[in-house]
Ligand binder design. Structure first.
Ligand code: HAM
Length: 433
């Protein structure tokens, strides 16, 4: 170990890894734009209070923070939602609604590094602000499913589990579980997938929930179906309203063609403090990995950062677990990006002419590289193959005299004499040679 090593939980992105990250981000951006979202960004450093006040206990414990030279308490952002809320709150009057924004922020959390969990990571964030109805929930959930489908995953690979905190509250009210204990109850239930039922029961006991109620609660939510609610004595009107909302959401998800990915599951609670309604998470079907994505409705957050009250729903989808899943399913993009042409001066005297050809190719939009060291043609051809070029373009005395260049396809070894214009036509923007 050297004192210059990477910090725990951080990653160096060598070109091979960087290519994978960009490939994912390109697909995410493409889906967001196809769904009509606009991109935004915010500072990586924010006032610490933005998160200590607005995020859940779990995230707050994981914040990287420091005091700056102006004695301000600063956090490296652990999530994007409080910054988004602040930005929208500051201009909410002037922004046309609904607001559909996306971002791919770099985030930091002081977590125990493990598979799919790092201290520095990236998320796709998609949020709709200004719509209170399940129409926005369905649009957001469909976009989340598509962000994974765009990376080549199918309904066999992952699922989206959703619930609604208002339904859970109905259950908690039915069991007369103290309102003051709710946030500890949410935090305990959120760990169910990771720690199991007994550990959750122990936490519920610590939160002051009597054993009988805690067991009834577990039984109801693990029933995973709205019918499980009927066993409890719940106020009919509220129950009808919630069942109707969930039924409509289910119908909308079917209309978007994503119902085969979506399952209603009352055990989905989410650890973050600000959720008020629909909550959802995406998991790999085999259940071997941690959550790929988490999101939900947070109708009170904007007002609580000083803005006009505004309903909002969104999600964060991380790249780290997604890479794990793509690796496990053998779906990672393969091979380096190919540069189309590799220009080789036959001798040092041909270098300037080679640079002119290179410049014309690049000017015409053909990704091109040049042998930068004087070396034998054989060595330069080897370098061209390493660079995964589709063709080598050789320029020597014969070529300079004839105005035609030797065009060598590297896959087949075929050689033809072509003008620069003909080479451009063959190689432009990846069209097959
Ligand atoms: P979150 O559940 O804290 O939600 O994070 C969402 C996703 O980010 C997780 O499912 C996971 O894939 C990824 N993630 C979280 N922590 C780490 C980590 N340490 N290393 C790698 N990946 C990680 C939020 O952040 C909410 N702000 C999402 C949201 C947006 N809700 C509404 N709008």
């Amino acid at each position: 170990m050297s004192r210059f090593d990477r910090l725990p939980g951080t990653r160096d992105f060598y070109p091979d890894e960087m290519r994978v990250r960009r490939w994912i981000e390109d697909r995410w951006r493409d889906v967001a734009l196809r769904y009509g979202f606009e991109e935004y960004d915010a500072p990586v450093i924010e006032p610490l209070e933005l998160f200590t006040d607005k995020s859940g206990e779990e995230i707050v414990e994981q914040i990287y923070s420091f005091v700056d030279r102006g004695d301000r308490r600063i956090a490296l952002r652990p999530e994007m939602t409080p910054s988004l809320a602040r930005m929208v709150a500051a201009r909410s009057q002037g922004l046309p609604k609904p607001i559909k924004w996306f971002s791919i922020p770099r985030l930091f959390r002081y977590e125990r590094p493990q598979r799919g969990r790092f201290r520095e990571f990236w998320q796709l964030n998609l949020d709709i602000l200004g719509v209170a109805g399940v129409e926005a929930d369905a649009e957001i959930m469909a976009a989340g499913v598509d962000a994974l489908r765009a990376c080549g995953l199918t309904a066999e690979d992952f699922e989206l589990r959703y619930s609604d905190r208002r339904v859970l509250d109905l259950v908690l009210d039915g069991l007369e579980i103290d309102v003051g204990a709710r946030s500890s109850v949410y935090t305990a239930l959120d760990k169910l997938v990771r720690v199991g039922e007994e550990a959750v029961l122990a936490e519920l006991a610590k939160a002051g929930v009597p054993d009988e109620e805690a067991r009834a609660l577990m039984q109801t939510i693990t029933g995973r179906h709205l019918d499980a609610l009927e066993a409890l004595k719940l106020p009919t009107e509220r129950l009808e309203r919630e069942v109707d909302r969930m039924t409509r959401l289910g119908a909308y998800l079917a209309a978007y063609g994503v119902d085969e990915f979506c399952v209603f599951d009352l055990t989905v609670v989410r650890g973050l403090a600000y959720y008020t309604g629909v909550v959802f998470e995406m998991y790999d079907r085999k259940g071997a990995l941690r959550a790929l994505c988490g999101g939900g409705r947070y109708d009170d957050l904007l007002e609580s950062v000083g803005g006009q009250a505004m309903p909002a729903v969104g999600f964060g989808l991380g790249e780290a677990v997604l890479i794990e899943l793509l690796e496990a399913r053998d779906r990672l993009p393969v091979g380096p990006a190919r540069c189309a042409a590799f220009v080789i001066p036959v001798s040092a005297d041909d270098r300037k002419a080679a640079m002119e050809v290179l410049t014309k190719l690049r000017g015409a939009g053909v990704a091109s590289d040049l042998a930068l060291r004087d070396q034998s043609v054989a060595k330069a051809l080897k370098r061209a193959t390493q660079a995964s070029a589709r063709a080598a373009v050789l320029i020597g005395e014969r070529e300079r005299e004839s105005g035609r260049l030797t065009f060598r396809e590297l896959d087949t070894g075929n050689e033809t004499m072509l003008t620069v214009e003909q080479i451009v036509a063959r190689l432009s923007y990846g069209t097959p040679a």
